[in-house]
Design a protein around this ligand. Structure first.
Ligand SMILES: NC(=O)C1=CN([C@@H]2O[C@H](COP(=O)(O)OP(=O)(O)OC[C@H]3O[C@@H](n4cnc5c(N)ncnc54)[C@H](OP(=O)(O)O)[C@@H]3O)[C@@H](O)[C@H]2O)C=CC1
Ligand SMILES: Nc1nc(=O)c2c([nH]1)NC[C@@H]1CN(c3ccc(C(=O)N[C@@H](CCC(=O)O)C(=O)O)cc3)C=[N+]21
Length: 307
């Protein structure tokens, strides 16, 4: 394809394969460090960091994530408090629970799993969480701190992506980062983090006219849309670093379930310089960063600001 007659010779050899960014291994190492830090914290203060996770309704995928979070919280030596509420829960009942958790000294971090069932206002609920216990970093106080470069709690998935990018690329000053998707949970905070790293940041969303052309300009391409295999091989600049946040659960013809990202992996791996797989990329980082944020929140509450 890239022989001497080719009109647009690719700068990559025909057998090029991107190197895989192993989020699973990175997350395992991070959790190990956190486990040690939790032990030290307990030895110093006699306090065990506690995380409360609230799940409303019985979405099976959310139940799996919430259970994984609880298991990994225990493994890190922290306490986990699960609150499974029925689909019929009213907003006032949920707000009352958040209020109780806010006042509970054994709880240092609170996470309300999103999305919430219809009729419950996610913004109102996340903003009811005390900023110092808001380990998802989704309330206006922490979101505002991020926007003006003040220290605060950074949302778990964007923080996990940033850790992987720093590890892979080191200094990112001047690189063009394109973020596809601009939710409050992932795309928007990640764009702000990359801006703070000195990147030139473009954000694409559903109204962007030519997302493919924009993506082709990216040194760093982050995709968080929930639109499976949206990004094709020819959307990627040769050698670019690709972070695939999207996760869609698919049924295989054999009746098994399989996770698919927002990037057509088999095409992208032939063009990108480095790429995160799904699963085993960003997902495990999200949970490790939740534990990281819970420990940081406990330190702040027990040792004071700047801890
Ligand atoms: N790996 C992990 O740890 C995590 C993975 N996820 C996964 O990441 C994905 C995104 O999650 P989340 O941000 O919460 O999703 P949302 O649905 O909240 O946001 C998706 C964003 O992508 C934009 N978008 C959708 N389709 C397109 C398209 N075709 N072209 C350009 N932009 C598009 C939407 O634009 P608009 O708003 O204009 O409609 C929106 O800004 C999901 O697959 C989710 O499961 C989420 C959290 C953690
Ligand atoms: N308030 C809130 N905060 C969140 O951080 C939040 C949320 N709500 N709602 C849903 C999304 C999704 N999310 C994931 C977490 C871990 C994996 C994960 O561990 N993924 C594994 C695979 C797990 C599996 O096999 O199912 C992987 O990608 O390798 C994925 C997705 C957090 N979210």
């Amino acid at each position: 394809m890239t022989g001497p007659m080719s009109s647009t010779p690719s700068p990559l050899p025909s057998d090029h394969r991107a190197s895989l960014i192993d989020g699973k291994a990175f997350a395992t190492a991070l959790r190990q460090t956190i486990r040690q830090d939790v032990q030290d914290f307990r030895a110093r203060h006699g306090i065990t960091p506690g995380l409360a996770v609230v799940l409303v309704g019985n979405d099976p995928a959310s139940e799996v994530y919430v259970r994984n979070k609880a298991i990994q919280t225990h493994h890190a030596g922290m306490r986990s408090f699960m609150h499974m509420l029925p689909e019929s829960t009213s907003e006032q009942e949920l707000l009352n629970l958040v209020e109780r958790l806010n006042k509970d000294p054994e709880i240092h971090g609170i996470l309300v799993q999103l999305p919430l069932p219809g009729g419950l206002d996610a913004g109102r609920v996340t903003n009811a969480i005390l900023p110092e216990k808001d380990v998802d970093g989704l309330g206006v106080v922490n979101a505002g701190r991020l926007a003006v470069n003040q220290p605060g709690i950074v949302p778990c998935t964007p923080l996990g992506c940033l850790m992987l990018l720093r590890d892979q690329l080191g200094d990112m000053t001047g690189l063009h980062a394109v973020v596809i998707g601009c939710s409050n949970l992932v795309g928007k905070p990640l764009a702000l983090l990359l801006l703070a790293e000195g990147c030139t940041v473009s954000i694409a969303h559903i109204h962007t006219r030519d997302t493919a052309a924009l993506a082709r300009e990216a040194d760093i391409l982050v995709v968080a849309t929930g639109s499976r295999e949206l990004v094709r091989g020819d959307w990627i600049k040769p050698g670019a670093t690709v972070i695939d946040v999207g996760i869609t659960r698919m049924q295989t013809p054999e009746g098994k379930s399989r996770l698919v990202g927002d990037v057509a992996f088999d095409e992208a791996v032939k063009v990108a310089g480095r790429i995160t797989p799904v699963p085993g990329g960003v997902g495990p980082m999200t949970i490790a960063c939740l534990l990281n944020n819970t420990l940081a929140a406990a330190r702040m509450q027990v040792e004071g600001a700047g801890a």
